[in-house]
Design a protein around this ligand. Structure first.
Ligand SMILES: C[S@@+](CC[C@H](N)C(=O)[O-])C[C@H]1O[C@@H](n2cnc3c(N)ncnc32)[C@H](O)[C@@H]1O
Length: 204
């Protein structure tokens, strides 16, 4: 059992090597610094509008660490913590090596970012990871995960890793509802966040 677990972790780590990032972060890749700068500026402005303080950010499956770069330049006082299962990403970008399938937070963060990661976890690990995200978050969650509907109608198959776990939006929403209220635009509000929202500012 112990050996199987170690094997599973190193398999994950090996999958996300330098080649993986070269392949999916090319010209039409997953994200780039400019696009994440647009998102980060928008999310932190909305947080300020809703009077949700952003003093700490957790980036889960942080990969190239575009949020780290943007925060260092635009909000240098914010404490950033990145975690990733990839030894390559951790070595190159300074994240903590951790597997979201088994990781549990030791503290809470104002803003949690989880972009393009949950699809790599099987159902059981993913459900547990969503609980861990809820435990880690006391403000906003930025969540991006491709669903079955995205695969069939939105995703560019040439620039996307299709060898992942495909689930429905309903599957994710059911599990996220325990810890978060859906705002829309990929933003989720922690149920422990006291910021008051008008009814029509939220999706549900
Ligand atoms: C498509 S990249 C996304 C990186 C970054 N979040 C972004 O949006 O550019 C997927 C990342 O998830 C990480 N990842 C995959 N499975 C993971 C796991 N079980 N625990 C932690 N990180 C994981 C990979 O190492 C990789 O860096």
């Amino acid at each position: 059992m112990g050996h199987a677990y170690v094997g599973a972790v190193s398999q994950r780590t090996e999958r996300f090597d330098a080649d993986y990032y070269r392949r999916f972060y090319g010209r039409s890749g997953v994200h780039d610094a400019r696009r994440i700068a647009q998102l980060a500026a928008g999310v932190t402005s909305l947080a300020a509008w809703w009077r949700i303080p952003v003093r700490s950010v957790l980036d889960v499956g942080a990969g190239p660490g575009f949020w780290r770069t943007w925060l260092a330049g635009s909000m240098p006082k914010v404490r950033y913590h990145g975690i990733d299962v990839s030894e390559h990403a951790c070595r190159t970008h300074g994240h903590e090596l951790a597997d979201l399938a088994t990781w549990w937070p030791r503290r809470r963060y104002d803003l949690v970012v989880c972009q393009s990661v949950l699809q790599y976890l099987d159902d059981r690990a993913c459900a547990r990871a969503i609980d861990a995200l809820a435990e880690a978050c006391r403000g906003l969650l930025v969540l991006e995960v491709p669903t079955v509907a995205d695969r069939d109608g939105v995703i560019d198959p040439d620039g996307t890793d299709l060898d992942v776990h495909w689930r429905t939006g309903a599957w994710y929403r059911r599990r996220l509802a325990g810890g978060f209220t859906e705002i829309g635009g990929g933003l989720w509000l922690s149920r422990r966040c006291p910021a008051p929202f008008f009814e029509l500012e939220r999706a549900r």
